[in-house]
Design a protein around this ligand. Structure first.
Ligand code: SF4
Ligand code: SF4
Ligand code: SF4
Ligand code: FES
Length: 687
């Protein structure tokens, strides 16, 4: 029901249950806060947000935690409120060391800003002149804790518990000795998502990667996309002079709701590494020697072309990183298919995702997730399949866990997989199936539903599926899994009552058949529950930032196929773009033995990988921070990367190298991200 309130003379209509703070924000009126975060339940700790309400007389109302009442007349910035806020700040500063000149939060500290605004220039409440003298906790490799600076807003602890579902930190002590601590004061032993650091309004929690290295106001900020997994979290790169100092979640774009995982937030050191390749290398006899770009690209073109001329186009292969942009994928695909005539392009982790996308395409007509991440909020059941979604796609996994916990009565969670992990801790039913039996375990659940008439199995081509279900021996399966058969009934019962289910199959590397079966049964579950809908469907995520984009451009070859061709001696020239097969493919370093039959190897990478020792050409590539383009996320959202700074040293973006290579091969594919994207959009529906 809509109600009306007047805030600072502005009438605003809001839904019942809206807080004063939310209503004020809707009216464009700012109320100061220190302990509020819209993603968390109101806490009411700091009292900076107090307002006056005419109907409440002298009683002050905390705006962040008080729902408005129809007809309220609210004042947010009276002389009395200013005085109260000034006093609150004085009290907070009793225990706060005034070490702003050397604090890493200076310039973006909320306490500093509020003190500046409300102006307490001296403190009437000195507490025996003493400050906390807690030693700064520097034991954690990533997060430094200086409890002396803590204003006890509780944001970090609530973020860790409510949002991240970890509960690693909490209030300890009482009264003046309250502080944020860990169990038994141990060092942080957690997911290192850094969410606590991100919300701390002062310099009590700071990232070590940032400490004493740069001032906040010197940084340039560039919005981009995380280049690790396929969730596609929006990030902001804070950098200066070609060095990244910090990665933050982009809170202006809702994809990841301001969350990042440890990889996304802290895993940027490689961009700044001194070990990065800096100049092209060309083999001269036994040695790789520095060369100019033109010479190196000519050697690359010659190596690929010579093999194609001598042994045929099928003798040339490329293994490409799942972190190439869509535009770069378009270029390498064009080079291989049109200029060399080879279809031997694969990405190492394709088998973890592509067979699942194939199954989804066959079932629903699109080779992609059937719904966006926000559907997780509307759904009432989550079915997670696989090894460990928290490890492969942390931000989505945590969103599932968080939503399940927050809506305890309304939502359910089922996990089928070998590892209980964090998802399993909050699951209503966990079926501990080893990888190879996950599809059977889910099928057993469907069999129970079929037998009890709990789902509709009259979808197209369901007869063959039903025949398959008939063959499942639930008793034998339960015995193999060492569980009670009732576990399958429990899961079926959950799905019977909570049918707006999102199924998230997390694929296994190099197990294409298993992944395909897992996705096929998942798709049949969705169909049996009524088919894809706004809050029912499948989310297919990948472990690399742009696997969806690579799939969408029709690069579907299994890396195992390329591996077989290498082992059989078919491949004579191998172009490795951000990939080292001895690291990224099964077989590891033993692969070095079979590489002997490959006459020409070219490595294009940020680092000198082990395989580079066998290469004829080594080309220094740029990181994602040094280039523009797009990635396609697991919800098939095409997102833009922005170049934060120029390529480091003499490195070049992959796209620039592809352009030079294509020119040498006689058919220039220009690296113009906007033009290339337009071409992709002309080919791929929904781009
Ligand atoms: S880094 Fe993440 S998991 Fe660790 S204490 Fe902070 S919020 Fe909790
Ligand atoms: S450490 Fe930071 S976020 Fe946590 S309670 Fe203290 S001031 Fe608030
Ligand atoms: S969940 Fe994936 S995309 Fe998001 S920050 Fe972590 S690694 Fe990056
Ligand atoms: S923001 Fe309302 S009490 Fe802190």
């Amino acid at each position: 029901m809509a109600i009306k309130v007047t805030i600072d003379g502005v009438e605003v209509e809001v839904e019942q249950g809206t807080t004063v703070l939310q209503a004020a924000r809707k009216a464009g009126i700012e109320i100061p806060t220190l302990c509020y975060d819209e993603r968390l339940a109101p806490f009411g700790a700091c009292r900076l947000c107090v307002v006056q309400v005419e109907q409440m007389g002298a009683r002050l109302v905390p705006a962040c935690s008080s729902p408005v009442v129809d007809g309220w007349i609210v004042h947010t910035d009276t002389p009395l409120l200013q005085k109260i806020r000034k006093t609150v700040l004085e009290l907070l500063l009793v225990h706060h060391p005034l070490d702003c000149p050397i604090c890493d939060k200076a310039g973006e500290c909320k306490l500093q800003q509020l003190a500046f605004r409300y102006g307490p220039d001296r403190n009437r409440f000195l507490y025996g002149q003493e400050r906390f003298a807690d030693p700064v906790d520097m034991r954690s490799p990533l997060i430094e804790r200086d409890t002396n600076r803590c204003v006890l807003c509780g944001l970090c602890a609530r973020m860790c518990e409510e949002f991240q579902s970890v509960g690693e930190i909490s209030f300890v002590g009482r009264g003046f000795t309250s502080r944020i601590g860990t169990v038994w004061d141990r060092t942080l032993d957690c997911e290192f998502c850094g969410q606590c650091v991100a919300v701390c309004p002062v310099g009590a929690l700071t990232p070590k990667t940032f400490k004493y290295r740069v001032r906040a106001w010197e940084l340039e900020s560039t919005p981009s996309v995380c280049a690790y997994c396929g969730v596609g979290c929006r990030i902001v790169l804070d950098h200066k002079g070609g060095t990244v100092y910090r990665v933050r979640a982009d809170t202006d774009v809702g994809v990841n709701i301001g969350a990042l995982c440890g990889k996304g937030r802290f895993g940027f050191g490689y961009i700044n590494s001194d070990e990065r390749l800096n100049t092209p290398l060309v083999r001269k006899g036994e040695e790789l020697v520095p060369a100019g770009w033109d010479e190196a690209v000519a050697a690359l073109a010659d190596g690929l072309k010579s093999a194609a001329d001598r042994y045929g186009p099928d003798s040339v292969a490329a293994l490409i990183s799942g972190r190439l942009t869509n535009e770069e994928v378009y270029q390498i695909r064009t080079i291989f298919r049109e200029l060399i005539g080879s279809d031997n392009i694969a990405t190492p982790t394709a088998d973890g995702t592509f067979p699942m996308l194939d199954a989804v395409r066959e079932a629903f007509g699109i080779g992609a997730s059937t719904l966006p991440y926000e559907a997780l909020d509307a759904a009432n059941c989550y079915v997670v399949l696989g090894y460990d979604l928290v490890a492969s796609n942390p931000v989505v996994a945590n969103r599932i866990v968080r939503t399940r916990r927050r809506f305890y009565e309304e939502k359910r969670l089922i996990l089928i997989g070998p590892k209980r992990g964090k998802v399993g801790v909050y699951a209503d039913v966990w079926i501990p199936a080893p990888a190879r039996l996950i599809p059977d375990a889910l099928a057993a659940v469907l069999k129970v539903m079929l037998e009890r008439g709990w789902a509709s199995f009259d979808f197209e081509n369901s007869d063959a599926f039903k025949q398959g279900l008939a063959k499942i021996d639930i008793g034998a399966l339960a015995e193999a899994l060492q569980v009670e058969p009732k576990l399958f009934e429990d899961a079926a019962e959950v799905l019977h009552g909570f049918s707006d289910a999102v199924v998230v199959p997390a694929g296994f590397a190099f197990a294409p058949d298993l992944n395909r079966r897992m996705a096929e049964v998942s798709a049949n579950l969705v169909l049996a529950l009524g088919g894809p809908a706004r809050s029912r469907g499948m989310l297919v995520l990948s472990d690399r930032a742009n696997l969806q984009g690579i799939y969408d451009q029709g690069i579907r070859t299994s890396p195992l196929e390329i591996l077989r061709k290498i082992e059989s001696g078919t491949i004579k020239a191998l172009y490795l773009v951000g990939v080292d097969p001895t690291v990224h493919l099964p077989g590891g370093r033993r692969l070095l033995d079979v590489m002997g039959s490959v006459e020409f190897i070219a490595v294009q990478d940020l680092f000198r990988t082990p395989i580079a020792n066998l290469a004829g050409v080594v080309l220094p590539a740029s990181s994602f921070a040094e280039k523009s383009g797009t990635f396609t996320s697991g919800e098939r959202r095409v997102q833009k990367l922005n170049r934060a700074f120029d390529p480091v040293g003499n490195s070049r973006p992959d796209g620039a190298i592809f352009e030079a290579l294509s020119e040498k091969l006689g058919g220039k594919v220009e690296w113009n991200p906007a033009a290339l994207f337009a071409r992709i959009a002309g080919e791929v529906e929904s781009y």
